[in-house]
Design a protein around this ligand. Structure first.
Ligand SMILES: [Zn+2]
Length: 311
């Protein structure tokens, strides 16, 4: 493995397209961010142009994080959420245009790879991550590897926390995404009669000042997330749970109001550290792991080991 190798990480977000050239130590060396275009063809053109700008002889590969359900083994986007990437052969097209190997994965998997390589889960081999944003995503790493199941394991927003709860986009009821996402928080704020402009920070300030309504909203938002976390701890027995996404820090803070009850299923919960950079860093680290690890160099913790090599 070359110690000076870098990779390009691409994060296709709901609002922004972020692309960065990243060292094996997880440092972003050069980057571009711009508003996302929803047309898959235009998006590919933009990605190719930006990658050409960032590419140099140190770039060993390219990683792309995509929202939605991704079959990483077959490099296929099964459903791309708000952008119709399922119809695009993103990885193949990019590889043909740039002549560098391309890996593609779900954006939450990429974020978790980054947090393990250089963020909140550094040094751990068994990690469960919930990403709290408009919806709730998730990713699971066990014994140093992403758990994929048949293809799309880790859709933790669809853990059931209330059998008779609200209808979910997935077709079932009472998924934790319906109770503890950013969308759910906005609904709770509205139902409590608070101004629509109220943000979670306002709730923490009001609650600290003794406002019982704010406290109730935070409890109602956080306690189903605790249920989902307890279920994952029972199922997977991780070293640590990471809460990421735009509301990960707030969810971590609110969760202290709903402590784990069962002595059997206690596990530390931490807030993610890399913020908006996680997607780009994780995509690049994944590309480095995929294309630089010698086939005979078996390691039980590839994301950690690649980052450990330094930039
Ligand atoms: Zn669901």
């Amino acid at each position: 493995m070359q110690h000076s190798a870098t990779a390009i990480g691409i994060d296709i977000g709901g609002t922004n397209l972020r692309v960065g050239r990243v060292s094996s130590g997880g440092e972003i060396l050069d980057w571009v961010a711009e508003p996302i275009t929803r047309d898959p063809r235009d998006l590919l053109d933009r990605i190719v142009e930006i990658c050409r700008r960032l590419d140099d002889e140190t770039v060993a590969g390219i990683g792309i994080g995509v929202p939605g359900r991704v079959d990483a083994r077959h490099r296929a986007v099964l459903s791309g959420g708000y952008i119709d990437l399922a119809s695009a052969s993103l990885a193949e097209d990019l590889e043909a245009a740039l002549g560098k190997p391309v890996v593609i994965d779900n954006d939450c998997n990429m974020a978790l790879v980054a947090e393990i390589a250089t963020g909140a889960a550094q040094g751990y081999d068994n990690v469960v991550m919930f990403t709290i944003g408009t919806g709730i995503g998730g990713a699971v790493v066990m014994e140093g590897k992403i758990v994929r199941g048949r293809a799309t394991a880790g859709q933790l927003g669809h853990l059931t926390v209330a059998q008779d709860g609200l209808a979910c986009a997935c077709g079932r009821r009472g998924c934790v995404e319906t109770t503890s996402s950013g969308t759910a928080l906005r609904r709770l704020i509205r139902e409590a009669g608070l101004p629509a402009s109220t943000v979670v920070e306002d709730l923490f300030v009001a609650e600290a000042a003794g406002d019982p309504i704010a406290g109730r909203i935070l409890d109602t938002w956080a306690s189903p997330l605790r249920t989902a976390i307890d279920s994952m701890v029972a199922a997977a027995d991780p070293d640590v749970i990471v809460l990421g996404g735009g509301l990960g820090g707030a969810a971590h803070r609110a969760l202290s109001r709903a402590p784990a009850v069962s002595p059997w299923y206690q596990c530390g919960v931490v807030a993610a550290q890399l913020g908006d950079d996680a997607g780009v860093i994780g995509a690049a680290i994944s590309a480095l792991v995929e294309h630089m690890m010698e086939p005979e160099a078996t390691t039980s913790a590839p994301y950690r080991d690649v980052a450990g090599l330094g930039g």
